[in-house]
Write a protein that binds this ligand. Structure first.
Ligand code: ADP
Length: 467
C-alpha cells in the first residue's frame, strides 16, 4: 500500500514538474519567436518603405501634404479669431481632428506597402496606425496645436522649434514602426509615426511553434500514459499478491482439517479400549483412509495447477453422446452425496455427439455442481439445462444459493479468487474450482459465463463447440 502511494505521489509530482518545465520552455520559445517575428517584419517593412521611396519617389503622403497646406492657412487664421481661451481650445481640438482625419484618409502609404508585400508573396494582412507627435501651425507666431509628452521630452531643452528631427520611440508592443515623418508646409509642421500591426501575427507564430508545441504535448501524454500503465500494473500485482496470501491461508486451513482428523484418529487407535473393538478400529481406519484421500486430492490439485502453469493442457478427446454423458455425471454426483440437493435436468441435444475429454469435462461439471451445493444457505435446488445451438453445445447450471455480487462476478474465474464471503471460513475452498472450469472450457475451444443475483442464486453457462 505504501509502495503504491509512493509511486502515485512520485508519478504525479514528476508529471507536474514535466508540465511546468514544458510550459516554461514553450513560453520561452513563443517569446523568442515573437521577438524574431518583430525583427524580421521590421526589416521587411523598412525594406518595403525604402523601395517605395527609391523607386516610386514618394513617401505616401504627397496628397496629404497638398491638402494640409491648403487647410492649415485657413486653420491658422481661424484660430486668431477665437474670442476666449475656451473657444481657442475648442478650435485647436477641431483642427487636430481635421488633420487626423485628412492624414488617415488621404495617405497612400498603406496601399503602397500592401501591393509591395503582395507582389513579393509576403504576409500582407496588416492594420496601420498613425500617431501624431507634434502639430504646429505657423504664421506670425507658432501655435502648438498638439504635442505628445513623449515628443516634448525628446526635444533637447533650450533648442529652437524649427528643424528638430528627433528619433522616434521605436516599436510598441506588437506594432512595427515603419517610419516617422516630418510633413511641413508654409503654415504647418507635423510630426507623426506610422505603425503597422500584422493581424495574423499570433497564427503565424503558432504555425512556427506548432512542432515544439505538438512534441511537448505528445511527451506529456506519453509520460501520463506510462504512469497510468505502471500504476495499473502495480495495482494488479498487489491484487495478485493479496490473492496469493489468501490462497495460502485457505490452503493451510484446508490441509490442516484432514491432517488433524488423521492425527486424532491415530491417537484414538492407541487407546486400549478402542483396540478391543474391531468395529471401532475399522471405523477409525476408514476415517483415516477417507481423510488421506481428501488430503491427496488437495495436494494433487495444487500440483496440477503448477503443472498447468508450465505446460499447455493436453486433452484426450473422444466423441460422446452428450446427453448420456450428462446423465452419468449427474447420477454419480447424486450418489456421491449431493447434500440432499434437488437436481432437475432438461436437455434438448437431439442425440448430438461431441468431442471432449471425459475426465476434464467431468471435473468441470463436478466443480460447478459442488459449488451450487456449497454456496447455498437452504436446501439446494439445482436446474441443469442443455441444448444444441448451431455448432455449439450450451449447458447451464442454476442454483438457488447465496449468489455473487457484480464486482465478484468479474473475478470468480481468476486463479485463487474467492468472493468476499468465501474468505471467512464459513465456505471452505481454495479459489481454484472456477479457475479450473474456465481453463477446461477454454481448452475445449469454448467459454464460461456467470450471471447471478445475490440472495437469489447463480447461473453458470458453458458453451463448447460440437467438435
Ligand atoms: P472456492 O469454492 O474454492 O472458493 P471457486 O473457484 O470454485 O473457489 O469459486 C470462487 C468463488 O466464487 C467462491 O469463493 C465463491 O465465493 C464464488 N462462487 C462459486 N460458485 C458459486 C455459487 N454457485 N454460488 C455462489 N458463489 C459461488
Amino acid at each position: 500500500m505504501r509502495k503504491k502511494n509512493t509511486v502515485l505521489i512520485l508519478g504525479i509530482a514528476s508529471i507536474v514538474i514535466l508540465i511546468t518545465v514544458q510550459a516554461y520552455l514553450i513560453l520561452n520559445i513563443w517569446k523568442q519567436k515573437s521577438d524574431s517575428f518583430g525583427i524580421r517584419y521590421t526589416t521587411r517593412s523598412n525594406e518595403a518603405y525604402n523601395y517605395i521611396r527609391r523607386n516610386l519617389e514618394t513617401d505616401g503622403f504627397d496628397t496629404v501634404r497638398i491638402l494640409l497646406n491648403e487647410y492649415s492657412e485657413k486653420a491658422y487664421n481661424d484660430l486668431q479669431t477665437a474670442g476666449n481661451a475656451e473657444e481657442y481650445d475648442a478650435k485647436k481640438k477641431y483642427v487636430l481632428d481635421y488633420f487626423t482625419k485628412l492624414v488617415n484618409t488621404e495617405q497612400d502609404l498603406s496601399s503602397l506597402l500592401s501591393s509591395y508585400f503582395e507582389g513579393r508573396k509576403m504576409e500582407s494582412k496588416f492594420n496601420y496606425k498613425i500617431v501624431f507627435n507634434n502639430l504646429e501651425l505657423i504664421g506670425k507666431d507658432t501655435i502648438v496645436v498638439y504635442r505628445s509628452e513623449a515628443f516634448a521630452s525628446r526635444r533637447p531643452p533650450g533648442t529652437g522649434d524649427r528643424g528638430r528631427r528627433m528619433a522616434p520611440t521605436g516599436n510598441t508592443g506588437s506594432e512595427i514602426l515603419v517610419n516617422w515623418f516630418w510633413l511641413e508646409g508654409n503654415y504647418y509642421r507635423l510630426n507623426l509615426d506610422y505603425f503597422i500591426d500584422y493581424s495574423d501575427k499570433q497564427q503565424l507564430i503558432l504555425k512556427e511553434t506548432s512542432a515544439s508545441l505538438g512534441l511537448s504535448t505528445f511527451s506529456i501524454l506519453l509520460v501520463g500514459l506510462m504512469f497510468m500503465v505502471t500504476f495499473k500494473n502495480l495495482r494488479e500485482e498487489q491484487r495478485l499478491s493479496n490473492l496469493k496470501t489468501d490462497f495460502i491461508n485457505n490452503m493451510t486451513h484446508e490441509l490442516k482439517t484432514p491432517l488433524s482428523t488423521i492425527t486424532v484418529a491415530g491417537k484414538t487407535l492407541e487407546m486400549p479400549f478402542i483396540r478391543q473393538s474391531d468395529e471401532k478400529i475399522l471405523e477409525t481406519a476408514k476415517l483415516i483412509g477417507k481423510q488421506s484421500v481428501h488430503l491427496n486430492q488437495l495436494i494433487n490439485m495444487i500440483l496440477e495447477i503448477s503443472m498447468w502453469e508450465r505446460t499447455q493442457f493436453q486433452l484426450d478427446k473422444k466423441s460422446v453422446d452428450i446427453e448420456e454423458f450428462m446423465n452419468d455425471v449427474v447420477d454419480s454426483f447424486k450418489s456421491g452425496g449431493g447434500n440432499g440437493a434437488t437436481i432437475s435436468q432438461k436437455y434438448n441435444f437431439n442425440g448430438a455427439k461431441i468431442d471432449l475429454d471425459v475426465v476434464y469435462f467431468t471435473t468441470l461439471l463436478n466443480n460447478l455442481l459442488s459449488n451450487a451445493v456449497k454456496y447455498s444457505d437452504k436446501v439446494p435446488v439445482i436446474e441443469i439445462e442443455g441444448a444444441l445451438q448451431e455448432d455449439n453445445i450450451f449447458i447451464s447450471i442454476s442454483d438457488n444459493g447465496i449468489g455473487i455480487n457484480k464486482l465478484d462476478q468479474k473475478h470468480v474465474f481468476d486463479k485463487f479468487y474467492r468472493a468476499t464471503t468465501g474468505n471467512i471460513h464459513k465456505f471452505k475452498g481454495l479459489g481454484l474450482g472456477l479457475y479450473y472450469v474456465r481453463k477446461i472450457a477454454e481448452a475445449h475451444g469454448g467459454n464460461v459465463a456467470v450471471s447471478s443475483r445475490p440472495g437469489k442464486g447463480s447461473t453458470f453457462s458453458i458453451t463448447i463447440p460440437k467438435c
